[in-house]
Design a protein around this ligand. Structure first.
Ligand code: SAM
Length: 210
């Protein structure tokens, strides 16, 4: 019986590994969604149009620390690293270890740090890596399905974790993220990207005056 369980278990593991190998990042994202649908919140990664529009207002010359919540399989990581200064740092934080392990295998860049943890702990994570504040924080978190209280804790910790003049960039299929950031940030601009499945609400929530 024990042997049968072991062989069934390893068969499942082999199947998952084969699926990941044949589908690449998409297979890992699909597996993450199947295992944690509420936390992942979407079955399709963001489009390149969403990425371009979301990152457009970032002042890359003055960005030393960029933080991303919920990178998934890293749809935004490569574009962020392409723009980031040579001495900059990108910290990504995800509660799903499957995604963090995948990113650590895929992205070899000394500016890149992948943390298995929650966005609620962003201030400790920033300090643990030698910074006082982030210049920008990006979020793909499913704010509408986060457990009660978590959205408020993340929005408040994010405001404290960003420098004056920095911004919290959020994208989601609903306006849920923006509804949270409007309660904490000083100025919020918003937009819609239709070339995404489904169309995506974007918000740029600024700390400090324009
Ligand atoms: C919709 S997916 C984002 C996908 C990806 N960023 C993209 O653009 O395609 C949401 C991600 O948020 C992560 N997540 C959910 N709650 C979290 C939390 N409290 N802290 C950090 N990551 C979280 C999930 O594991 C998942 O990777």
């Amino acid at each position: 019986m024990a042997n049968q369980e072991i062989s069934q278990g390893s068969g499942r593991t082999r199947f998952k590994r084969k699926l990941q190998q044949s589908l690449g990042g998409w297979g890992v994202f699909l597996q993450g969604f199947v295992e944690h649908p509420v936390m992942v919140g979407s079955i399709i990664p963001s489009s390149r149009f969403t990425i371009r529009k979301m990152l457009a207002p970032v002042d890359w010359d003055h960005c030393r620390l960029f933080v991303e919540y919920g990178p998934g399989v890293g749809t935004f990581c490569r574009p962020v690293l392409d723009h980031l200064r040579k001495d900059g740092t990108l910290i990504v934080i995800d509660t799903n270890k499957l995604f963090i392990d995948y990113l650590n295998r895929q992205i070899v860049d000394r500016r890149f740090i992948a943390v298995h943890g929650s966005a609620e702990d962003v201030e400790e994570i920033i300090r643990a890596h030698g910074h006082s504040h982030a210049d920008y924080i990006l979020s793909g978190l499913p704010f509408s399905t986060l457990p009660a209280g978590v959205g408020h804790r993340i929005a408040a910790a994010t405001y404290r974790g960003i420098r004056q003049g920095g911004a919290f960039l959020t994208y989601q299929f609903s306006k849920a993220a923006q509804n949270f950031t409007e309660q904490y940030f000083d100025r919020v601009e918003s937009g819609l990207e239709w070339r995404n499945v489904p169309p995506c609400h974007l918000a740029w929530s600024w700390k400090g005056e324009a």
